[in-house]
Write a protein that binds this ligand. Structure first.
Ligand code: SF4
Length: 459
């Protein structure tokens, strides 16, 4: 969600004449888009802001702004804590950003704007310059959350759940596809409840409308809440041939006692039942998840239940975190906090176990042919390793199951490749690593068009 918001910020600023620069010292304006979901991310944000003091001293005209969840949560307090800060803007103030910046430019004042907007469709993600598009785009279909998990601040900093109008979503995706985008990821905190409050389409009906968009090759979505994940969505994986074979289904813990205290509103039995049904219908599907270790009151037995659940499911990938208190989250007031050393020990055990499954799933793909959308040239060029000729170009893309695949093709002079971003390529997998796969292209679709505006190398 923050990546999407950062894109929106860049689009809004481009419309007012600002251009991005990779060199911080050249910038006239620095915007930090923050996340407060983990304490570490927040600490990093404040440490970066601290470092900007020196730059501002050298360049007094520099405007420094903070957006995102930390801004929403702390508001004017950040101005007190960071004296060289000019602007604090909340999660729903992105559309007002150009006006806020103009005001600061004209009056050299300090501004806080953390009020919530009424209409999420005011946010339009389409940039004026299609050359900025990648092969794959995020599209927000809803904002906020009504679930109030006890460890989470999203409902407080991003507001209550609101779904976007399906016509506007489809219009936006069509615009992207006409500009060369091949894959979209539909974003929401709980996509399964899309449209329910407003009486709009259901999420699977929305998927069917997106599926009908000509020229779009792949659809992904995130995140799905296990309590609302239903048979309709399981069936959609079978019926919707653009829907990728991957689901991110955060479980957070394998202990019912912990899940209850987290207010997750499902049991491990319900979770496992949904995974079984999903795999019965789509045996090839990749399942990834989130896990929190060291939630207040998590006993050794609770942690063992988490490991037992992992052994049953064998996730393709896992984002695991140590619990940390977040301001305003109810769990901050829970007793029986787990020590940092115990959290760290449990995290290590969990990551080591997961590593075996991630590797196992990757190794199982050796010898298979995977359809990949070429996303772009990786920064690294061949040094003649992996039996490839010197100077070969390293391409990257992802399988339908969301695994990164690298492969060599063409050469860096650009004279011998018929692959370009957006091209569908069949890649035979010959090597598996912990977090990526390597392969060789065996077939390149001759008709698929690449990303508009990108250079297409001559065959
Ligand atoms: S579902 Fe729970 S964890 Fe996810 S955003 Fe909502 S409150 Fe936070």
């Amino acid at each position: 969600m923050n990546v999407y918001d950062s894109e929106l910020i860049a689009i809004r600023l481009a419309a007012t004449g600002y251009q991005q620069t990779p060199r911080l010292e050249k910038a006239d304006l620095v915007i930090l888009n923050t996340c407060t979901i983990r304490a570490k991310a927040e600490q990093k944000a404040f440490s970066f802001l601290g470092r900007l003091a020196r730059l501002k001293k050298k360049k007094p005209g520099l405007i420094v702004g903070v957006g995102g969840c930390v801004a929403q949560q702390e508001g004017a307090e950040i101005l007190k804590r960071v004296p060289h800060l000019d602007l604090v803007f909340g999660t729903q103030a992105i559309d007002r950003l150009p006006a806020l910046i103009s005001k600061i430019e004209a009056k050299r004042c300090r501004i806080v704007d953390v009020s919530m907007s009424e209409n999420p469709d005011l946010v339009d993600a389409a940039p004026a310059d299609p050359d900025h598009y990648a092969v794959s785009r995020f599209v927000t279909i809803m904002r906020g959350c009504d679930n109030f998990c006890t460890y989470c601040v999203v409902p407080y900093v991003r507001g209550r759940e609101t779904s976007r109008d399906p016509d506007n979503i489809v219009k936006e995706i069509k615009f992207f596809v006409d500009s060369g985008v091949k894959e979209v990821t539909l974003l929401g905190q709980n996509v399964n409840s899309y449209g329910k409050k407003e009486g709009l389409l259901s999420f699977t009906e929305l998927l069917a409308r997106v599926q009908a968009i000509e020229g779009l090759l792949r659809i992904r979505f995130t995140t799905s809440h296990p309590k609302d994940f239903d048979q309709d969505l399981i069936d959609a994986f079978q019926e919707n041939d653009k829907l990728c074979n991957h689901i991110h289904l955060p479980v957070q813990s394998g202990s019912n006692q912990v899940l209850k205290r987290m207010n997750r509103k499902y049991t491990k039995e319900l979770y496992l039942d949904k995974v079984t049904k999903l795999r019965d219908t789509c045996p090839e599907i990749a399942i990834t998840s989130d896990m929190i270790v060291g939630f207040p009151g998590e006993s050794d037995a609770d942690f063992d239940e988490t490991l037992a659940l992992m052994k049953k499911v064998e996730f393709d990938g896992l984002f695991a975190f140590m619990y940390s208190d977040r301001p305003n989250a109810p769990a901050t007031r829970f007793k029986a906090k787990i020590s940092e050393s115990q959290k760290s020990e449990r995290l290590q055990i969990l990551l080591e176990l997961q590593e075996t499954y991630t590797k196992k799933k990757n190794v199982a793909l050796i010898g298979s042919i995977q359809p990949i959308i070429a996303e772009g040239i990786s920064k690294k060029q061949s040094s003649g390793s992996l039996d490839q000729p010197d100077q070969a170009v390293q391409w990257t893309g992802r399988t339908s199951t969301n695994k990164i695949v690298n492969f060599y093709h063409g050469d860096i002079s650009g004279s011998s490749s018929n692959i370009f971003p957006g091209k569908m390529v069949q890649v035979k997998i010959d090597k598996a690593y912990a977090h990526s796969l390597w392969g060789k292209p065996v077939e390149i679709e001759s008709t698929a068009e690449g990303l508009k505006g990108e250079k297409s190398y001559a065959a």
